[in-house]
Write a protein that binds this ligand. Structure first.
Ligand code: COA
Length: 445
């Protein structure tokens, strides 16, 4: 069977940085530790005035094409995943292809282009579409370019304002990939939910607390559905478990639930019994409420156990390092979690070829998806080439007043004229609107 998966990854962060505990929290009258300890965030990325989902996506894609030495002829489809689109008809992928055509010989007229929507899940769904296209033998030897790009902005003073971010992840999906091969097995947890939505409005309507609960419920269903085809999972099966990371604190909640699930009826549950008892079983309780309370108590105890803490430190914590510094990238966020883990493994010189990761994606509205990925020989070279730390370090630190201006600049309802904070160099920039209200872009040297 042909192996299909991720052959290359590139990221593009919004070029501004907001320090959450030191700049944002004091102005909001909040304790900085809500960010560092509660949400698990240090800073978030914002787009400069000439950046948007198209420039970030096109810049990530160009870096990827340059590094891999690709031309438009090598790419047979461009799928963009976003929940920040500004057009209900013309897909963002056409704008990105238009940008790329400014700088490469040839064009993308042969390429199938689309835009995927299912909140933060759409990046993973686009990978899925590419996987199916290649597996079906329709790709004519070409690769798929998947771009997850978002400006995750909330209304001012919405609780979600704490978890904003902006950036893009470009991924090349090919046969015989160089980084990870995707499993055929997948699990889904999907239900009509009203936790987070943007009914023809720029900023989301969010029921934040509910969205956390819905994430956990759908993720659990997806894991069970995955196990129905792959067999039971065990914590030792996976080197890393990248989750969708709207903020690292969310993943802390998902991880303990996942660990409890994976260790039920295993030697780990037996080992822990003398200290915290066996996991509550629903059949032993008179009511659902009593059962739920017992589960909550068990998980509180579980979080303090060495076995759990070691597993968390090795399998989950390494997935959070980029997210902690950039905030929520919506469709890109699970993909930067994978990249964080691989970068961590690289720094530690881990030999990962042949090892597995379990990847848990989620989109509000709501659907979770779980699949496994096998890391392939040669992954180090392709992960090392991604410029992560330099990009993050180059961001311009904004003050709170500047943050307020930047938020206004990107608010579609407002017209404000603000000077750019950084100077674009060798990248695509937004230059204004055309006669049909289309957005226009140029490459600046
Ligand atoms: N020290 C340590 N921890 C602190 C703290 C402090 N001083 N102050 C608050 N915290 C903790 C809270 O206990 C909470 O953690 P917990 O959930 O484990 O209890 C966390 O920090 C967040 O604080 P909270 O008061 O709940 O924040 P909030 O009311 O601003 O809401 C969200 C947080 C995530 C609900 C909100 O930011 C939101 O709506 N985000 C957008 C939606 C989203 O991302 N959903 C995720 C699923 S996709």
């Amino acid at each position: 069977m042909t192996a299909v998966g991720i052959d290359a990854i590139e990221i593009w962060t919004g070029k501004l940085r907001l320090d959450l505990p030191n700049t944002f929290a004091p102005e909001m009258g909040e304790d900085p530790e809500k960010y560092t300890k509660g949400l698990g965030l240090e800073s978030s990325s914002f787009p400069d005035v000439y950046e948007d989902i198209v420039t970030m996506g096109a810049n990530a894609a160009k870096q990827l094409m340059d590094r891999k030495g690709l031309t438009p002829d090598d790419i047979g489809r461009i799928d963009v995943a976003t929940e920040s689109a500004f057009d209900n008809s013309k897909p963002v992928s056409t704008y990105i292809a238009g940008c790329l055509e400014q700088v490469y010989d040839g064009d993308f007229h042969h390429a199938n282009k689309g835009e995927r929507k299912f909140a933060c899940l759409a990046g993973t769904q686009s990978i899925d579409d590419a996987y199916n296209w290649i597996k079906a033998g329709r790709n004519r030897g070409r690769a798929a370019l998947v771009i997850a790009t978002d400006t995750a902005l909330y209304e001012r003073d919405d609780p979600g304002e704490a978890t904003q971010g902006a950036g893009a992840v470009a991924m090349l999906i090919t046969e015989n990939p160089s980084i990870v091969e995707l499993s055929t097995e997948q699990g889904y947890g999907s239900a009509d939910e009203t936790d987070f939505l943007k009914p023809n409005q720029q900023f989301p309507s969010v029921d934040g607390k509910r969205s956390v609960q819905v994430y956990l419920a759908r993720m659990r269903e997806a894991l069970e559905d995955y196990e129905s085809v792959s067999g039971d999972t065990h914590p030792d099966d996976f080197e890393y478990i990248p989750f969708h990371t709207p903020f690292p604190g969310m993943v802390r909640k998902a991880a303990v639930l996942g660990y409890r699930h994976m260790t039920r009826d295993t030697e780990i549950e037996d080992e822990l019994t003398s200290e915290i008892g066996r996991q509550p079983r629903e059949a032993d309780f008179e009511s659902r409420e009593e059962y739920t309370e017992a589960i909550r108590d068990y998980m509180d105890d579980l979080k303090g156990m060495d076995q759990y803490r070691e597993w968390y430190a090795e399998t989950i914590e390494p997935t959070l390092s980029i997210s902690r510094n950039v905030g929520n990238w919506y469709t890109g966020s699970v993909h930067i979690a994978r990249l964080s883990a691989l970068r961590h493994a690289l720094e530690r010189g881990e030999e990962l070829a042949g090892q597995q990761m379990l990847v848990g994606s989620y989109g509000s509205g709501a659907q979770a998806e779980v699949h496994a990925e096998t890391i392939v020989d040669g992954w180090t070279e392709h992960v090392e080439a991604v410029e992560v730390e330099d990009q993050l370090a180059r961001r311009y630190d904004i003050s709170f007043d500047e943050y307020e201006l930047v938020h206004d600049v990107h608010n579609h309802e407002k017209e404000v004229d603000v000077e750019a904070f950084t100077t674009p160099e060798a990248e695509f920039v937004f230059t204004g609107w055309g006669r049909m209200n289309e957005r226009r872009y140029e490459y600046v040297e």
